[in-house]
Write a protein that binds this ligand. Structure first.
Ligand code: PMP
Length: 399
């Protein structure tokens, strides 16, 4: 494809979106009111489309930690750790993450995207085999591709598909990397991690789990789905992001393998980018402490998850298979999804519209998410807005 052809394709996508009554990719949040509300199009809107699962973005202690670091250590590090130096706080966060996962090693990256790219290119090279869930996040796919390894995709959340591919790999299976997520962020469905761990035990390989959406939410200590499923010990690499439950920005990889320490010399997405700034590290450290100290945040987000899932189920909507803070509502027609999404926004509820090709299996979805900071009245308001949308645009549904 030539440059002009590529831009023509981008312009066609832009024009398609611009022709919609409200362009879902063009929503401007004029003012953030709290962890759960914002001003959009001049109206106070409930935010039901964030990844702020523990509701920590306005936590006073997280804010204070960030402000203190800004005053004491300045606005930015202005460079990479390899070239311009590691701040002590970077190392302290790495030690705290390692302790949190009860693993000997952890490494911090500048974003979750960089954590996936940086870990995968360090772990994999040409001739290696990587088994990748077909609905894995773009950063996982990009990291695998960038590594030059042979990519074998298996059907989403399908242990049999994984086992079949490993069997076909024969001897190569022993060193293969199995790359999956914990909670999938579009439909809110969970990976069968216990089954994957059993398959790994049988065929060999290493298990790499992206807990971006499950950190802080799943497991007794908030360590993620691998903890909840009792397979953290069998998980070789846990990656994640600070931009969701921890409310800041950055990413990490934690592992029980000493080789993780060598990533620093082998990972271009770590070496050639600026390190996280001091205020980000400080808010992340405080948020991580709260994951441990405040289990009530988990209790609260799960209460909201059940309340929302139950209400949407009663409306007869087509939901993902698992209850979680993310509820993916599927629609058979994209125009209906679009109209319902717009109706929700007009009723003061912001959700995420996911249209083909971004949605799994070419479908159309509205992604709704709740946080520990939503109260019952807000969750009920989200459900009521859905009821209205269904009445207006899905008359065949239970409502
Ligand atoms: N992994 C998954 C599963 C994600 O959903 C995301 C972000 N949506 C990332 C990684 C990247 O994280 P970040 O946005 O912090 O770079």
């Amino acid at each position: 494809m030539s440059l002009s052809e590529r831009f023509r394709a981008a312009a066609a996508t832009r024009d398609l979106l611009a022709a919609l009554p409200v362009n879902p990719t063009d929503i401007v949040i004029d003012e953030v009111v709290s962890a759960t509300e914002a001003m959009i199009h001049g109206r106070r809107t409930i935010m039901a489309g964030t990844n702020n699962y523990l509701g920590l973005t306005f936590d006073p202690q997280c804010i204070e930690a960030g402000q203190r670091a800004l005053a004491e250590a300045g606005t930015g590090t202005t460079g990479s750790r390899m070239a311009n130096g590691t701040y002590r706080a970077h190392l302290e966060l790495e030690q705290e993450l390692a302790a949190f996962f009860d693993m000997p090693h952890a490494m911090v990256f500048s974003t979750g995207y960089a954590a996936n790219l940086g870990s995968l290119v360090a772990l994999l090279g040409e001739g290696d085999a990587v088994l990748l869930d077909s609905e894995a996040h773009a950063s996982l796919f990009d990291g695998c591709r960038m590594s030059g390894a042979d990519i074998f995709r298996f059907k989403h959340n399908d242990p049999d598909g994984l086992a079949k591919r490993l069997r076909r790999l024969g001897e190569r299976a022993r060193d293969a990397l199995i790359v999956v997520e914990g909670l999938y962020s579009i439909r809110g469905d969970c990976a069968p991690l216990a089954e994957y761990a059993a398959i790994k035990a049988e065929h060999g390989g290493y298990l790499f789990v992206d807990e971006a959406h499950s950190l802080g939410v799943f497991g007794e200590h908030g360590r993620g789905l691998a903890e909840a499923e009792g397979v953290l010990e069998q998980t070789d690499f846990v990656v994640g992001t600070f931009s969701k439950s921890l409310g800041s920005i950055g990413g990490f990889c934690a592992s029980r393998h000493a080789e993780l320490g060598l990533f620093r010399y082998a990972s271009r997405p770590y070496i050639f980018t600026a390190s996280p700034c001091p205020s980000v590290i400080a808010t992340t450290r405080e948020a991580l402490r709260q994951v441990t100290r405040r289990p009530e945040l988990r209790t609260r987000v799960w209460h909201n998850a059940h309340r929302l899932y139950g209400a949407l189920q009663r409306l007869g909507l087509q939901l993902g298979p698992h209850v979680s803070p993310v509820v993916g509502v599927s629609f058979s027609e994209r125009t209906v999804a679009l109209r319902c999404w717009q109706s929700l926004l007009e009723d003061g509820v912001y959700t995420n519209l996911i249209l083909p090709p971004a949605a799994p299996e070419g479908g159309s979805l509205i992604r709704v998410s709740v946080t520990a900071a939503h109260d019952d009245a807000q969750v009920d308001a989200i459900a009521a807005a859905f009821e209205q949308a269904v009445r207006r645009h899905l008359p065949g549904c239970a409502a």
